[in-house]
Design a protein around this ligand. Structure first.
Ligand code: NAD
Length: 394
């Protein structure tokens, strides 16, 4: 029986805990540390997580660390600003850790994290599913066969069709997320570095808030707002203008609790791009957008070598276009039922292996380069804010 602990038992941690049984392993969640027991219990129930009847709940991390000496693995799912602090506190427990991304939201945090785990025997799996999903692993195979030659350029896009949601929930709080390079680009930069097979050297970037943000108060929610008819994000106009939901009442029931997307204290960005020079000299560019919706939603990349170009789209399509022959191969790669394009299935597999054998995950913080997505994005944010090229180094 695998005994799992959770620190920060929200949507993501409960999802991963719930997946722990997908390979048929016997497991139960034996200890939870969270500041809100009711919502932690509700998330565990929603995700049908197997809970030890005597599961211990803690509201103090020190208490959890001191008393939970028999766990096989611990999942960290707190808001992003706490990931580093929690991981460093858990290191002394000598128990494998599964850690949500981004692993840090400030460079000094990342330096502290690296110092704590660089020579530690504690494995830290970073939750980076896009590197492991069937689409990316198929593209990696094609690259490794030499089909397009050496990777010289990667051009990636992420038009987040559900992006508006980040501006209505706790993710809008820059202090908790560190902005959208940290929240979103970390995933994409990680899978792109994996495909390129090289570490990052230098980055330049820009970020801006062009649509969301505004002059409303930070604690205004739709149900308290008088501008239902004028606002394009109101429940009224979700039904009237966007043709969503069955009635205004239905839209209100589902969205009226949302926080205002046009609040003045929202500091997160809704567009951003970065260009990273890799150690090989190849270029990686990445663009993200959080107000594109419906058919404009897309995520993927083109990867260029002298011999050919690969186009990959996370809807599950790959095109391999030869530069030498007039020939294109199209491949369909279903992601399977588990979330994050099927990558969560692989993450959970690795976590189980680590708990059972001690073998480190493919996305391990240290041995699996799990730190570089976060490091690159911290440097990209710094570049955008200083308007300077930044060396990608700890
Ligand atoms: N890897 C992925 O693809 C992926 C997907 C979604 C979310 N995430 C990450 O997972 C993390 C959690 O996101 P979520 O959507 O589950 O949020 P959430 O709000 O549902 O969960 C956060 C939990 O942390 C708890 N918490 C807050 N402060 C705490 C503290 N001081 N000590 C202990 N617990 C505390 C909250 O009560 C809540 O239960 C974020 O860092 C997010 O970026 C990753």
């Amino acid at each position: 029986m695998l005994k799992i602990g959770i620190v920060g038992c929200g949507l993501q941690a409960a999802t991963i805990a719930g997946y722990t049984g997908v390979y048929g392993d016997d497991y139960e969640v034996s200890a939870v540390m969270d500041i809100n027991f009711d919502s932690a219990r509700a998330r565990l129930a929603e995700k049908q997580v197997k809970l030890d009847v005597g599961c211990r709940f803690y509201d103090d991390l020190k208490d959890f660390v001191a008393k939970e000496v028999e766990l096989d693995g611990i999942i960290i799912g707190t808001p992003c600003n706490l990931h580093t602090e929690v991981a460093c506190a858990l290191e002394q427990m000598n128990t494998p850790i599964y850690m949500e991304k981004p692993v840090s939201i400030h460079l000094d945090q990342l330096q502290k994290l690296y110092a704590a785990f660089r020579n530690s025997s504690v494995p830290v799996e970073v939750s980076l599913p896009m590197r492991l999903c069937p689409l990316t692993t198929e593209v990696k195979k094609i690259i490794d066969l030499g089909t397009i030659g050496t990777v010289e350029q990667l051009v990636a896009y992420n038009d987040v069709g559900y992006g508006a949601g980040y501006f209505s929930s706790w993710y809008r709080d820059f202090e908790k997320t560190g902005g959208m390079f940290m929240q979103k680009a970390v995933h994409d930069i990680d899978y792109l570095l994996f495909l390129a097979g090289h570490l990052p050297r230098e980055v330049c970037a820009m970020r801006a808030q062009r649509v969301f943000g505004g002059d409303k108060s930070f604690d205004l929610s739709c149900d308290q707002c008088k501008e239902q008819k004028q606002c394009h994000e109101s429940p009224y106009n979700y039904f009237h203008e966007r043709n969503a939901y069955n009635s205004v009442a239905d839209a209100e029931a589902k969205t009226a609790h949302q926080m205002c997307r046009f609040s003045r204290d929202i500091k997160i960005d809704d567009i951003g791009e970065c260009i990273i020079e890799l150690e090989s000299g190849a270029h990686l560019s990445y663009h993200q957008n959080f107000f594109a919706r419906n058919a404009a939603h897309r995520r993927g990349a083109r990867i260029y070598g002298y011999r050919g170009t690969i186009e990959m789209d996370f809807s599950g399509r790959i095109k391999v276009m030869s530069h030498f022959r007039n020939h294109t191969e199209e491949i369909v790669v279903p992601s399977g039922p588990l979330s994050h394009y099927g990558g969560d299935k692989e993450l959970v597999y690795d976590f189980l292996q680590t708990m059972k054998t001690g073998q480190r995950a493919r996305t391990d913080l240290i041995t699996g380069n799990g730190i570089y997505g976060t490091l690159s994005c911290l440097c990209a944010r710094e570049s955008a804010d200083k308007r300077e090229f930044i060396k990608v180094t700890l």
